[in-house]
Design a protein around this ligand. Structure first.
Ligand code: 8YV
Length: 326
């Protein structure tokens, strides 16, 4: 008998077909929003689950689903997984790194351009029929080329943004990260390591690309925003919760920060009304990795982790490989 698997969200039909060759599949192709109680119900007797970043796998889910052996996330971020609890329960966690790096870096840079150059704000103005004549300072934004780009979190996506800034737009790139990069990588990215304080003070544009964790919760709050230039822009393509959205809205409203581009939010898909009310914010619905080839690659990597582990005993991108030897 084939092992039984849950695909918790809608996914490409060809990925489902591939999984069907190896597993007895239950799939939420209607993409119904499941409560955690419903997720637990659906997970009964399943040995594996295909998740996106929206499904929370924690100690309560694990203890209610004793047959579960692997959770494969179709996302590089895995803050929806309690990896410590999964390791303790002997459940393998996998994510989907690398395949989305360049696509997400493209989007981060695009969001920076849209924010600094006020592209969406001016489009709303035009569509509202408010454009009657040209004016010398109409939607004058911030310079991007030649300015100072700050990156907080210098993993693969951060490095992709750094390369675009340094080599494509002639920017001075400074970064802060838990660990400094080796010299060759810094040179390839055209990036210089600085303290977080110096990063906040010096940058004209700050892009956040760090993973969400208890330590990175509100890494950008009122105190950090106060250190930034009032002409600066902030872009968050990492995770909601890294920025204190209320403090950010206040800084933007009071002119202590010029603009923000946000793809992720605290409590998404709900967006804080204070942010929605502001015109100097570009808001997008968590789409940084959203191109069909990239989403397909992410889905295939999650599926290949399930097949690799449950059929061949070898997952491709395990997050807690220590459970493999058990
Ligand atoms: C995903 C992301 O689209 O990979 C990540 O960590 O944030 C996005 O690319 C999202 O998490 C859905 O799985």
């Amino acid at each position: 008998m084939k092992p039984s698997l849950l695909v918790a969200r809608a996914v490409f039909p060809e990925v489902l077909e591939k999984l069907t060759m190896h597993f007895e599949l239950t799939s939420n192709q209607d993409d119904t929003l499941w409560s955690s109680v419903e997720l637990i119900r659906q997970l009964q007797d399943k040995v594996g689950v295909f998740t996106t970043g929206s499904e929370r796998i924690d100690a309560a889910v694990l203890s209610a689903c004793p047959d579960l052996k692997i959770c494969a996330n179709m996302a590089v971020g895995f803050n929806n997984f309690d990896v410590v609890a999964m390791t303790a329960a002997g459940v393998l966690a996998t994510n989907a790194p690398d395949v989305l790096t360049e696509t997400t870096a493209d989007f981060g840079f695009g969001l920076l351009l849209a924010t600094a150059r006020r592209i969406t704000e001016s489009e709303h103005f035009l569509r509202a029929g408010r454009w009657h004549r040209w004016r010398y300072d109409m939607f004058a934004g911030a310079e991007v080329h030649g300015s100072t780009l700050g990156i907080l979190g210098m993993g693969r996506i951060g490095q992709g943004i750094a390369r675009r800034g340094a080599h494509g737009f002639g920017m001075q790139v400074i970064y802060h990260n838990r660990a400094r990069l080796d010299e060759a990588t810094e040179v390839a990215c055209g990036a210089h390591y600085v303290s977080k304080e110096e990063l906040l003070k010096r940058c004209d544009h700050l892009v956040l690309v760090l993973p969400y964790s208890a330590e990175s919760h509100h890494a950008i709050g009122a105190a950090e925003l106060a250190q930034m230039k009032p002409t600066a822009t902030l872009v968050n393509i990492a995770r909601g919760g890294i920025v204190d959205d209320v403090a950010l809205a206040a800084a933007l409203r009071q002119g202590r920060l010029a603009a923000a581009g946000l793809d992720v939010f605290e409590g998404e898909p709900t967006v804080h009304p204070d942010l929605v009310a502001l015109s100097n914010v570009v808001l997008t619905p968590h789409i940084a990795s959203a191109t069909i080839p990239t989403r397909r690659a992410m889905a295939n990597l999650a599926a290949d982790n399930l097949i690799g582990f449950l059929i061949h005993g070898q997952p491709l991108t395990p997050l807690n490989p220590q459970v493999l030897g058990r």
